[in-house]
Design a protein around this ligand. Structure first.
Ligand code: ATP
Ligand SMILES: O=C(O)C[C@@H](O)[C@H](O)C(=O)CO
Length: 336
C-alpha cells in the first residue's frame, strides 16, 4: 500500500530548512561535563544531520539555512559541500551573529545531555525573502524542523518554505525536534508547532514532543492513536511516534498502526538516534518500500549512529545499513 506519492519528475530528492550548527562531543566519555577536558568538533543541528544522512544514502540533497560569517560557518559550509549537499541557499549572515554550539556530555550510554550556546545564533536569522522558491520547486521532499519555528525571522522563513512546497507539490516532512531552551513559553511553542503540522504530509516526533503539542487538547492516556488521528484531518499521511529503545509506531489514515522490529546496539550515546532514524525512514519511503521496511531501515541507521561518537559524521551509507541489518539477523550484534 502506498501512502505518500513523491513528485518523481523533480531532480532534487531532498531539501531541508533550519538549523546548522556545531556539535562539540566529549572525548572523555562516561564522566560529567565538569570533568571533561576535550571535545571533537562536528557539524550539527538536527535538520543538517538528517540532510547529511540522506546524502550518505546516495540522494541529491540541498540545505536552506543561514551560517555565521566566521570560521565555524565556513567549516559547516565546506563540510556540506564535501558531502555533495547543495549550498546555493545557505546564506551567510552579515550582522555579526554567531554559530550555535552544542556541547555534549556523555555520562553513560543512557545518560547524555546537551549544553547549548545559542544566543544570537545565525540560523535563527534566515528571512522569508532569503528562501529560494526555485530550489523548493525542484525538490521532491522538504523537511522542516521545529527549532526553526522558535524565533522570527526564521519562523516566517519556514512558513514561506511551507507555502512554496505546497505550491510546487513537494512532500513535506516535519521532524518535531523540540528543544525547549530556544522557546519563550510552552503556549507559544504548541501554537506554532500545531500551525506548521497542519501543512505536513509526514510528521515524526517522540511521545514527549507530541505531549507538548497536545497542551490544549484532551488525551489523558497519551494515546498514540488519538495523537495521530488528529493530523489525518489535515494533510498527514503518516504520523510516527517514537519511543526510544522501545521502537516506534507509524500510523496511517486507514487506522493501521505499523510497527517494525528494532535492532540491538552497542550504545555510546543516545543523541542522533532521531536524526538517523528520520534519514533512514524517509529514504525507505522514497524507494517505495513498505512503512515497516522503511522503519526497520531507520532503526538500523539509528543503531549505527548511537554506536558512534558523532551524529553527522557517523551517518551511514546504504551499504553500511544493509550490512548492519544482515549482521543483526546473523546474531553477530548484541545490545551493550
Ligand atoms: N538504545 C537504543 N537501542 C536501539 N535502538 C534505539 C535506541 N535508542 C533509539 N533507538 C532507535 O532510534 C529511534 C529513534 O530514537 P528516539 O525515540 O530516541 O528518537 P529521538 O528522541 O528523536 O532521538 P534524539 O536523542 O536524537 O533526539 C527509535 O525508534 C529506535 O529505532
Ligand atoms: O540539534 C542540535 O542542535 C544538536 C545536534 O546537533 C545534536 O547532534 C543532536 O542532538 C542530534 O539530535
Amino acid at each position: 500500500m502506498t501512502y505518500v506519492t513523491f513528485p518523481l519528475d523533480k531532480p532534487l530528492d531532498f531539501a531541508a530548512i533550519g538549523r546548522l550548527c556545531i556539535d562539540l562531543n566529549a572525548n572523555e566519555i562516561h564522566r560529567p561535563m565538569e570533568e571533561t577536558m576535550t571535545f571533537t568538533k562536528y557539524v550539527g543541528g538536527s535538520p543538517a544531520n538528517i540532510t547529511i544522512g540522506m546524502a550518505r544514502l546516495g540522494l541529491q540533497t540541498a540545505f536552506i539555512g543561514k551560517i555565521a560569517n566566521d570560521q565555524m560557518g565556513r567549516f559547516i559550509e565546506d563540510y556540506l559541500q564535501r558531502n555533495r549537499i547543495e549550498t546555493t541557499n545557505v546564506v551567510t549572515d552579515q550582522t555579526g551573529a554567531v554559530t550555535g554550539l552544542a556541547f555534549t556530555e556523555i555520562k553513560s550510554p543512557t545518560d547524555c545531555s546537551i549544553l547549548m550556546y545559542r544566543d544570537n545564533a545565525a540560523d535563527l536569522l534566515l528571512t522569508p525573502a532569503e528562501v529560494q522558491e526555485s530550489l523548493i520547486a525542484r525538490a521532491k521532499v522538504l523537511l522542516i524542523s521545529g527549532t526553526a519555528l522558535a524565533q522570527s525571522p526564521s519562523r516566517e522563513a519556514v512558513f514561506q518554505a511551507l507555502s512554496y512546497a505546497k505550491k510546487h507539490g513537494a512532500v513535506i516532512v516535519f521532524d518535531l525536534d523540540y528543544r525547549p531552551y530556544t522557546w519563550k513559553s510552552a503556549e507559544e511553542t504548541a501554537t506554532y508547532y500545531n500551525l506548521a503540522a497542519e501543512k505536513c504530509d509526514i510528521i515524526l516526533g517522540t511521545r514527549e514532543e507530541f505531549d507538548m503539542m497536545e497542551r490544549f487538547e484532551t488525551n489523558p492516556e497519551k494515546d498514540d492513536r488519538i495523537t495521530a488521528a488528529k493530523w489525518f484531518d489535515y494533510s498527514a499521511k503518516i504520523v510516527i511516534i517514537k519511543h526510544g529503545k522501545e521502537g516506534s509506531i507509524a500510523y496511517t489514515p486507514d487506522g493501521v498502526g505499523h510497527r517494525a522490529k528494532s535492532f540491538p546496539a552497542k550504545v555510546v550515546k543516545t543523541f542522533g538516534a532521531g536524526d538517523s532514524y528520520a534519514a533512514g525512514f524517509i529514504y525507505g519511503i522514497m524507494q517505495g518500500w513498505t512503512i515497516e521496511k522503511s522503519m526497520e531501515y531507520g532503526s538500523a541507521a539509528a543503531c549505527i549512529v548511537i554506536s558512534s561518537h558523532s551524529c553527522s559524521d557517523a551517518m551511514p551509507t546504504a551499504a553500511q545499513v544493509d550490512d548492519y541489518i544482515e549482521r543483526c539477523n546473523r546474531g553477530e550484534i548484541t545490545a551493550s
